[in-house]
Ligand binder design. Structure first.
Ligand SMILES: Nc1ncnc2c1ncn2[C@@H]1O[C@H](COP(=O)(O)OP(=O)(O)O)[C@@H](O)[C@H]1O
Ligand SMILES: [Mg+2]
Length: 323
């Protein structure tokens, strides 16, 4: 998923491309632009003259300062990860003027457009492997990498948008309350598990987790909860009921906090869709809205499981008019 088409590697300033080649110790013999991911800068597979294939992504702070900071952050995180974590390895970082470029090892496999049972299994295994590690000491507590988890509470304050929200926002807000405490832990957490942040090798049934900028120390079930949410929000090749079913089944293997986390993510997409305009990334508001809408059947079920005393229809606070 990308909102602004990614820039082409060939349009990256020549001194940046040359500096990348120098840092990698080989000239660039060819490249293939990649189109997934969430940022506007180029991402490409580079074929080096010595035969290596590597991954590179780059961005100018002038284009988007946030992504520039994230690439620098990701570079430092990759260096701190043990090699037993299924992540690319950093090969080079180049800073030139406003530009930053990060080159890593190439991750075999493919980035799917929809989840399959095979890719869910492979990514779940990769998450469990990653999460079995203690977080490196340089990583912050995950509470610093979780945003807008008060979404349901804020939605109640600004006014719910329809009958489903009016019935569920109250119990959802109750379930998410105290998230800073119940998400804490010392496990390595990727914290941004989405299909477009993975490659899956169908033959080996293995996956590599990509895009580590948000990694943190937290509870060991967070990535699997995020996987469950993304299966529903990104979709399954067999359709939405299958996606909800696979997510629900995965969550049943995890502590109840994982389900509360999914409810928190749904509230995050909901409040962001409702309150953040599209100006920086055209289309992102509709994308967030679609994700929170896709999660409704799962969230309904999780609320019923976690708060059997609170049948749908209960609202904690008086409903305000939407206007
Ligand atoms: N090491 C890698 N090897 C192969 N492909 C990769 C690698 N890293 C990322 N990709 C591909 O490039 C896309 C964008 O990379 P990503 O790091 O997620 O960028 P962004 O930070 O813009 O989201 C991914 O969706 C994936 O398909
Ligand atoms: Mg990404």
């Amino acid at each position: 998923m990308t909102f602004t088409p990614r820039a082409a590697w060939a349009d990256t300033p020549e001194p940046v491309r040359t500096a990348v080649a120098e840092a990698l110790g080989a000239t660039i013999a060819g490249h293939t632009d990649l189109h997934g991911g969430m940022s506007p800068g180029p991402a490409a597979g580079l074929r080096l003259a010595d035969g290596r294939q590597v991954f590179v992504k780059a961005v100018s702070a002038e284009v988007r300062a946030h992504n520039h900071t994230m690439i620098r952050q990701e570079a430092a995180i990759l260096d701190a990860l043990p090699t037993s974590v299924p992540a690319p390895q950093r090969l080079a970082t180049v800073e030139h003027g406003d530009w930053i470029a990060l080159a890593t090892t190439w991750a075999v496999g493919a980035t799917g457009k929809s989840w399959t049972d095979a890719s869910i299994a492979a990514v779940a295994t990769a998450c469990r492997t990653a999460n079995g590690h203690l977080a490196p000491g340089t990583l912050p507590p995950v509470a610093q990498r979780i945003f807008d988890f008060d979404g349901w509470t804020r939605l109640l304050e600004i006014g719910t948008g329809d009958a489903w929200e009016a019935a569920h926002a109250g119990p959802a807000a109750d379930l998410v309350a105290g998230w800073e405490r119940w998400t804490a832990g010392d496990a390595l957490v990727h914290r941004d598990i989405r299909l477009d942040n993975t490659t899956v090798d169908a033959q080996k049934r293995s996956a590599v987790l990509l895009d580590w900028a948000y990694a943190a120390a937290g509870a060991p079930w967070i990535d699997l909860a995020q996987l469950a949410a993304d299966v529903v929000a990104t979709g399954h090749t067999l359709g939405q009921p299958a996606a909800t079913d696979r997510a629900y089944r995965l969550l049943r293997t995890l502590p109840p906090e994982a389900s509360r986390f999914v409810v928190g993510l749904a509230g995050m997409w909901c409040i962001r869709a409702a309150t953040i305009p599209d100006t920086v990334m055209p289309g992102i508001s509709a994308w967030r809205h679609a994700r929170s809408a896709a999660l409704r059947p799962l969230v309904t079920r999780l609320i019923a499981d976690l708060r059997p005393d609170q049948p749908a229809g209960h609202t904690r606070r008086p409903r305000k008019s939407v206007g």
